[in-house]
Ligand binder design. Structure first.
Ligand SMILES: Nc1ncnc2c1ncn2[C@@H]1O[C@H](COP(=O)(O)OP(=O)(O)OP(=O)(O)O)[C@@H](O)[C@H]1O
Length: 312
């Protein structure tokens, strides 16, 4: 039997109510994907793509217009309580009452979730996020990085199997980013399924087992990170031809070719299978004169740009 996905999303649509006249903003237009159990799953997309809308739907903060969402097998419409119990959300913004101490923050949160005193593990969580020595400090005295780690602990008070982080490293410095990655990795190795949104492709590449990209409210890819990076195996030759062309030179060995200017074309090729010299020979063999050549490597950024612009 197939394992239940940690999160199952089908045909998710969210249209925000219009502020005045008009139709309102279609933030998610029929998104479907699964987050497999035990993975670190990255949700990527440009600003305004719909990432926060999707996460807030999981959190129960945004009411979807239609579609199905199951969290650890619990439908959020019919089994809201169970669904909520299975997910912990770390919001983008840092919000704490400055007069509570970290241990109090966790105890209060545990109370809100109805975790019985005997089952609480506030100190253990503080140790896990490396804040045990700050248990009794005022939240306002914590550094930005400490506050972010406390937010992660706060999202885990009810021991959910899924942890969702919305832009965990937006605007944080390199060192803190590294610490947060480590912490996410530690939680994941203890069995927690992690979903995170990020703008940093490098972060997604290093951290995530699987990546979904959304753009304009649509899912444009959902693949193991390895496969997505494989797509960057191509190298690109930029050619200036001796005359204007309407169609780019085509060949079955080219991964793609496109006219990018009146006389310029870009040809993508698999760098494991051929080299730029062969590309040039094939183009010249078709009767094109070449007046200038440059090459560049594609990376996850290219894959991202290609996929998001194709879907635009
Ligand atoms: N409460 C709202 N009312 C109306 N429109 C909204 C609301 N919240 C978001 N939107 C719109 O829905 C679209 C998706 O927004 P969303 O915040 O989900 O994107 P995002 O991918 O999270 O972007 P970012 O990376 O900037 O946070 C945007 O066009 C946004 O302007």
């Amino acid at each position: 039997m197939e394992e239940t996905p940690a999160i199952r999303i089908r045909d998710l649509v969210k249209r925000y109510a219009p502020a005045g006249q008009g139709e309102g903003k279609l933030a998610l237009s029929g998104v479907s994907f699964d987050v497999p159990q035990g993975q670190i799953f990255g949700l990527l997309g440009p600003n305004g793509a719909g990432k926060s809308t999707l996460i807030n739907t999981l959190a129960g903060l945004v009411m979807k217009s239609s579609g199905t969402v199951e969290i650890w097998g619990h439908n959020i419409d019919h089994a809201q309580r169970n669904a909520k119990a299975c997910i912990g959300i770390v919001p983008q913004e840092i919000v704490f009452d400055p007069f509570f101490t970290p241990i109090e923050v966790l105890e209060i949160q545990a109370g809100l979730y109805g975790v019985p005193k005997a089952m609480r593990r506030s100190m253990e969580l503080l140790r896990a996020v490396h804040l045990a020595d700050k248990a009794n400090a005022y939240a306002r005295s914590l550094s930005g990085g400490m506050k972010r780690r406390l937010l992660i602990a706060k999202a885990m008070v009810h021991s959910p199997p899924i942890l969702v982080l919305d832009e965990p490293t937006a605007g944080v410095d390199v060192e803190l980013r590294r610490q947060l990655w480590e912490l996410v990795g530690e939680l994941n190795s203890q069995g927690v399924t992690v979903v995170l949104t990020t703008h940093y492709l490098e972060e997604a590449e290093q951290l995530c087992d699987r990546i979904a990209i959304i753009n304009h409210g649509k899912l444009i890819t959902d693949k193991p990170t390895r496969e997505l990076v494989e797509m960057a195996r191509e190298k690109i030759v930029v050619l200036t031809l001796d005359r204007a062309v309407e169609a780019a030179p085509a060949h079955e060995k080219f991964m793609k070719s496109a006219v990018t200017g009146e006389r310029t074309v870009e040809i993508g090729y698999d760098k494991d299978r051929m080299n730029a010299g062969e590309v040039l020979a094939l183009v010249q063999g078709q009767g094109y004169g070449i007046v200038d050549v440059s090459t560049r490597e594609a990376d996850l950024e290219d894959v991202f740009v290609t996929l998001t612009s194709r879907a635009a």
